[in-house]
Design a protein around this ligand. Structure first.
Ligand SMILES: Nc1ncnc2c1ncn2[C@@H]1O[C@H](COP(=O)(O)OP(=O)(O)OP(=O)(O)O)[C@@H](O)[C@H]1O
Ligand SMILES: [Mg+2]
Length: 261
């Protein structure tokens, strides 16, 4: 049976879809069978980030409305054979989408995979509750900015009412240059504020905006995602150090250069 992990945040645009896509890719590289399920009905974009939008024939709405079986709607990723996407559709009405029938879809998928990663919508409305009610674990994505942390804090208390097996934190868009000089909250500060275990630190990198997913394993963001995937798979707490390149003599120069661009 699959581990069902909802990727959530509260605040929008903080990196849920980016985390779902790249965590999924890295888990599949570790040998796991992974399905990414887009439950962000209305504003779905997981298919675009994964680069499989041209391969979509059926989507989750077709499954929910009985036009196809769930296996028919799964789209295999282009580069990872163990990785599949269950896309959503932003054009059609979503009246068939209830917590109960979404749960039925995830239960059907569960025996086929090791992980189901649910890409949750922003906010704490019905879409959020539908997604969380299908999961047994949650990964909360937050950036170090106060608005994101405030929303994340509210989400933590709601998540706790669901009695999930695990709620973990991913600190995204961490600026190592600013953390090194204590101008922004560090991932450890975020962990202390939210009081949930930190399992991932992802640096703020232009590559994410440029490519969305599938980073070189040697790149900083590629390494950070690999560490996150290992932590999820092996239940370890190794953390990517976003400040490493900004400390010492050369680090000071890099900090200066980053601020001047
Ligand atoms: N670590 C990062 N470094 C740089 N840019 C990032 C990083 N993570 C995410 N982004 C950028 O932030 C934007 C929002 O990311 P994403 O779509 O993953 O957020 P989201 O939480 O899924 O948004 P929504 O709430 O709308 O679903 C994208 O343009 C993405 O490229
Ligand atoms: Mg998203």
């Amino acid at each position: 049976m699959a581990r069902k992990i909802v990727i959530t945040s509260g605040k929008g645009g903080v990196g849920k879809t980016t985390v779902a896509a790249n965590l999924g890719m890295n888990l599949s590289l570790l040998g796991a069978r992974v399905a990414l399920v887009d439950v962000d009905f209305g504003l779905n974009n997981l298919d675009v980030v994964m680069g499989i939008e041209n391969k979509v024939v059926y989507d989750i709405n077709d499954v929910l409305e009985g036009r196809c079986r769930v296996k028919q709607a799964l789209v295999q990723d282009n580069g990872h054979k163990n990785l599949y996407v269950l896309p959503s559709d932003n054009l059609r009405a979503t009246s068939a989408v209830t917590g109960q029938n979404l749960k039925a879809v995830t239960e059907n998928l569960s025996p086929l995979f090791d992980y189901l990663l649910l890409d949750c919508p922003a906010g704490v409305d019905a879409g959020f509750h539908r997604a969380v009610s299908c999961a047994d674990e949650a990964i909360l994505v937050s950036t170090p900015c106060f608005s994101s942390l405030r929303d994340a804090d509210k989400v933590v208390s709601i998540l706790k009412s669901y009695k999930l097996e695990k709620i973990s934190l991913v600190a995204n868009r961490v600026r190592g240059d600013l953390v090194a000089v204590e101008k922004t909250l560090s991932p450890k500060d975020m962990e202390s504020l939210l009081k949930i275990p930190l399992i991932g630190v992802l640096p703020d990198e232009d590559d994410v905006m440029l490519y969305g997913a599938g980073f070189s394993p040697a790149s900083r963001i590629g390494r950070a995602f690999r560490i996150l995937a290992r932590n999820v798979e092996e239940d370890t707490r190794r953390i990517y150090d976003a400040t490493a390149r900004y400390t010492g003599f050369f680090g000071q120069i890099k900090r200066g250069l980053r601020r001047s661009v």
